[in-house]
Design a protein around this ligand. Sequence first.
Ligand code: ISL
Ligand code: CA
Length: 546
Amino acid sequence: MQKTWWKEAIVYQIYPRSFKDANGDGIGDLRGILEKLDYVASLGVDVVWLSPHFKSPNVDNGYDISDYLDIMDEFGTMEDFDAVLAGLHERGIKLIIDLVVNHSSDQHPWFQAARTAKDNPYRDYYIWRPPVNGQTPNDWRAFFAGSAWELDETTGEYYLHLFTKEQPDLNWENPKLRHEVYKAMRFWLDKGVDGFRMDVITFISKDQTYPPYPETRFGDFTVYANGPRVHEFLHEMNREVLSKYDCMTVGESFGVTAEQALSYVGEGRHELQTIYHFDHVTVRNPHTFVNGWQDFNLQELKAIFYKWDRALGDQGWNTMYFGNHDNPRVISRFGDPAHHKASGKMIATLLLTQRATPYLYQGDEIGMTNCPFDAIEEFNDVEVLNNYKEFVEEKGADDAAYLANANIIARDHARTPMQWNTAPQAGFTTGMPWLKINPNYTEINVEAALADPDSIFHYYRQLIALRKANPALTYGANEDILPEHPQVWAYTRTFEGVCFLVVVNFGKTTQALPLDLSGYTLSLSNLNEGTPHTLAPYESRIYQRS
Ligand code: ISL
Ligand code: CA
């Protein structure tokens, strides 16, 4: 196993729209990020992943790109981008950007041209099929409700869109399209960008027979992943672009199982360096708004972690995250807002002591929680709104139940603006914010976190420093030493004769810790209970063996 910078990196994800608004229009922007670079650097992170900053009509907040070589109007200019990149580099932080090339926006000039005529030179940049018996070509459904096919009146054919109808899928079968993508990648790499997070990259190759949706898997979108040519395309992308730069890649890998993971990231594969799986964030709860919430237990979660650690630990490399812009807030999802500090720090402990590159999402470092949304109109996300239209308005699902589910899992929870201080609008903007601000900003905000030496923020800083000072926390073998325990997670991380022991109480009841701790010295803990063989709710400790 080779040591590399991207295995040792700690990544901080910025969702630009919600980070900091510098010009008072209510929308976060690049100048806003620039103002906060010292804050980001103070955490000790090595890499920033910036969610899409490209020109976009924002049907899906930038995940619908209308120009891969330009900046979103609301976010600023290319000079602003260059300033952010330079500012990060000056602080020793690398930048990876979001490559969204499974689909473009329907406003992209390629699609605008493609839809004008069947023989347009850009037609084949997208996926067109004639109607079958006057109906859609097959029964594929889109992620954000409804059919995955949209009829285009001009030519009487359907185009494929796995997401909204404003996000037509690009046709990777077409080598011209592939080379346009590689050109765009080179443009940003030549500017000095350090790599890519690749949006739904496992969907780029489609089964050219467009088979009917497997009946038994209705609503299971993993069927779109791992198409017949996906490895060939990634291999080509690696040969044409990635292999020529010292860059980092992480492929969003919805639908890739632990057993399939090495085929993407195995060292001899020359495809991607890492992938980002969904198994732990969807445990018992696939992302739907119509099913009720299912509780899960720690054993299920551990089983997922160790499956992935065994699959990639020695021959590939894992990633680790609890939150991002598509998931609820980590304390609301995996911890407990009633144990705000303790559970926020417990999640941090788990995040930063795995054999994997950790991804920290903006706001989690100050313990932001889910936002109470009182009515459907308060949501912004196309996923919540389109599914509401289909399931509640068209199919009669229960309105209150839908709202309750959305209050648990909606993506908007992660997208409410960053809470900087107690000023109006949490110091995010001087104008009207594009999305509701969580009313708890008066208590949970950056200024308060910085002023409190015992805050979640300072605990993240300490953890990050500990991880960086001790390669065993990055590279060490991970062994679960209480595999049967339903609420305590205890594991060792061992590397080159150094051994750490991590113990975590993943729940709201006090637990006995049935471990012999002689020979271990406490490195860091989230509570100061002083009772070694008892773990308070959400207590977590890191010991080093002397
Ligand atoms: O967000 C989801 C629910 O958790 C997923 O279904 C999500 O749509 C899927 O993981 C793909 O996500 C990525 O591509 C989407 C975009 O909306 C997401 O923000 C992005 O992370 C389409 O580009
Ligand atoms: Ca702005």
